[in-house]
Design a protein around this ligand. Structure first.
Ligand code: OGA
Ligand code: NI
Length: 344
């Protein structure tokens, strides 16, 4: 299996990007000091004023940006560190060890390798990234090696799941839904959790390849942490911004199922991962979705309030499968296909 890491470390000094990685779309972005920062400790502080401040800011972040930087989230630094160490060990294993996880079907619960994408002119290119993707909840799947992976992953997946449920409950409150409504409708007890470790090796020509092209995530809330090397960019009001996050923070984005469930109130933010020519970047991503069996459509009380549903409902597993089998980058995204146009 071709590994971008091995390619970038090969003894022949790589001065240019091999043509199969070429993706030269525009990728300028600016810095912004208005990306929302949400302090999780306000939610659990026990002070009603702080709690309502939290709810208000969270609602604003989800509806205006679809993105926020979460601080004081309570996940111990050591649990995050263990995740990076385990992921690094995985990527360092010899190709023979990883070969068994080369994807055969899109829905394989353990997969690793590289990814090919088609651009607008139907030209296929490879992403400058090695990945490991695992389904970790409601069923837990994990490779046997490296040994340290299982425990680190079990702990991290459980902690992030709790955090996701607490944030979703708060988001449900920002939408003025009855307590428990979202939990029950989406059956969050068995929420689907997808774990991904992404490794982006240094790239000799960072503007001629890409880590991940612009996309939205399919679930409800995605959590991302990285090894201190920046590279995530998000779109806001049509402009691209670099995300420079404080150490130990978690980058949270709202995803397609939350936009659908909220009848368009929460925005599924478009984002991409760009490269640099100096440092290896690793990101650890946990995508938290509804239960795989949940049929997700706009919440009924919101439809009643709005007088119409703006999205079609679909079973979550079907949505994931549809999104995974679509390899077009600039074709109409699945989320747009779910939108019901206003009848005028
Ligand atoms: C993803 C993703 C961005 C990054 O895995 O869906 O958007 O910075 N990753 O790794
Ligand atoms: Ni993403």
């Amino acid at each position: 299996m071709a590994s971008v890491k091995v390619l970038s470390e090969s003894s022949v000094v790589l001065k240019s990007v091999p043509s199969k990685f070429n993706f030269e779309n525009e990728r300028t972005a600016s810095n912004s000091d208005s990306i929302p920062i949400i302090d999780f400790s306000l939610l659990i502080s026990g002070h009603p004023d702080q709690r309502s401040k939290f709810i208000q800011e969270l609602g604003k972040a989800c509806q205006e940006w679809g993105f926020f930087i979460l601080v004081n989230h309570g996940i111990p630094e050591n649990d995050m560190k263990a995740m990076f160490e385990a992921a690094t060990e995985f990527f360092n294993m010899p190709a023979e060890e990883k070969q068994q996880y080369e994807p055969k079907n899109v829905s394989d619960p353990i997969k690793c390798g590289n990814f090919n994408v088609k651009d607008t002119s139907n030209h296929t290119f490879t992403l400058w990234r090695d990945y490991l993707k695992l389904y970790v909840h409601p069923e837990f799947h994990c490779p046997l090696k490296p040994d340290v992976l299982r425990e680190a992953l079990q702990i991290y997946s459980e902690r992030t799941r709790k955090l996701a449920r607490a944030l979703l409950e708060a988001i449900s409150e920002t939408l003025e839904l009855e307590k428990g409504y979202m939990e029950e409708t989406l059956n969050l007890e068995s929420l689907f959790q997808l774990f991904a470790a992404n490794l982006y090796p240094p790239c000799p020509e960072p503007d001629r390849a890409i880590g991940i092209p612009p996309h939205t995530d399919h679930g409800l809330l995605t959590f991302l942490i990285h090894n201190g090397v920046a590279g995530l960019q998000i779109q806001h009001n049509g402009n691209w911004f670099n995300v420079n996050s404080p150490q130990n923070s978690i980058l949270v984005n709202t995803a397609d199922q939350l936009e659908i469930f909220s009848n368009g109130r929460c925005k599924s933010v478009k984002h991409r991962a760009v490269l640099n020519n100096e440092k290896t970047r690793i990101s650890i991503v946990v995508a938290n979705g509804p239960s795989p069996d949940a049929i997700v459509g706009p919440a009924q009380p919101l439809v009643a309030r709005d007088g119409r549903a703006s999205y079609l409902p679909m079973k979550y597993t079907e949505y994931i499968e549809k999104q995974l089998t679509k390899s077009q980058v600039n074709g109409k995204p699945l989320l747009e296909q779910m939108m019901i146009q206003d009848e005028k």
